[in-house]
Design a protein around this ligand. Structure first.
Ligand code: PMT
Length: 219
């Protein structure tokens, strides 16, 4: 991107999956690769922003000099890192796929195979976006994601409101080439002002540029 429309701005991006320990060798995770979040971080960096990228376990790396990557593993670690940085930021983009639940009492030793059935008690994780949304000041801009399999629009609009986002990016598992892992995505953005905009299937790099265009417009 040629323009430097984010010069002087600080942005926080959460990206990738979280891993919630079951025991020292196992975890609950998800299929997020980190590609979407990293593409957004790189686009904002190219446009002049200083970017803090809080990243769950991922193979995707970025070397942009304006991006500081903070690697984390669990939702709690992602929250702890995000809350420390939040007050310094103008823009937050919550692209991570954060586990909603984690094992309540992760085992200290590897769980041995024994009975035919095994239950793991889960407890709710903190919601990073919702929690920072409560602390958001009028000059901070928050963008959320929604990954849905059904009742997409209804769920996205509920999250837009509940988490105090300025807009939310819906990607649907029902759209071919959208969501996890792919190099492409197809999105609909829902703004708190009521506007709605749908994209065609594009590379995650181009989708990132569209999302950042919307941020710049809204600042
Ligand atoms: O990483 P990729 O393979 O490129 O895939 C990209 C993606 C599909 C992961 C990404 O585009 C995406 O949709 N990320 C959000 C996925 C998700 O878990 O959405 P959600 O509907 O569960 O959560 C809604 C919003 O709240 C998200 O902004 C999420 O980051 C945030 N959240 C959710 C739970 C939680 N405990 N803390 C949060 O901050």
């Amino acid at each position: 991107h040629e323009s430097h429309d984010l010069t002087g701005k600080t942005a926080l991006v959460t990206a990738g999956p979280t891993q919630e320990a079951i025991d020292p060798v196992r975890y609950i995770g998800n299929h997020s690769s980190g590609k979407m979040g990293v593409a957004i971080a790189e686009n904002m960096a190219k446009r002049g922003a200083k970017v803090i990228l809080i990243m769950g376990p991922s193979q995707i790396k970025t070397a942009h000099p304006s991006i500081t990557t903070i690697p984390v593993t669990s939702a709690q670690e992602m929250y702890d890192a995000a809350v420390k940085e939040h007050h310094t930021t103008d823009i937050c983009v919550f692209a991570a796929a954060v586990a909603d639940y984690a094992p309540a009492n992760p085992a200290k030793e590897k769980i041995k195979k024994s009975a035919n059935e095994l239950s793991i008690q889960l407890k709710k994780n903190i919601d990073i976006a919702a929690s920072l949304g409560e602390q958001k000041s009028p000059d901070q801009f928050h963008v959320g994601f929604a990954l849905e399999t059904n009742h997409e629009e209804e769920n996205a609009l509920a999250k837009l409101k509940k988490k105090n986002f300025d807009f939310i990016v819906l990607n649907s598992m029902q759209d071919e080439g959208a969501g996890f892992k792919h190099d492409t995505n197809k999105i609909t953005t829902y703004h708190k002002t009521g506007e709605k905009e749908a994209s065609p299937l594009l590379s995650k790099v181009d989708i990132a540029a569209l999302i950042v265009d919307n941020i710049v417009k809204g600042l």
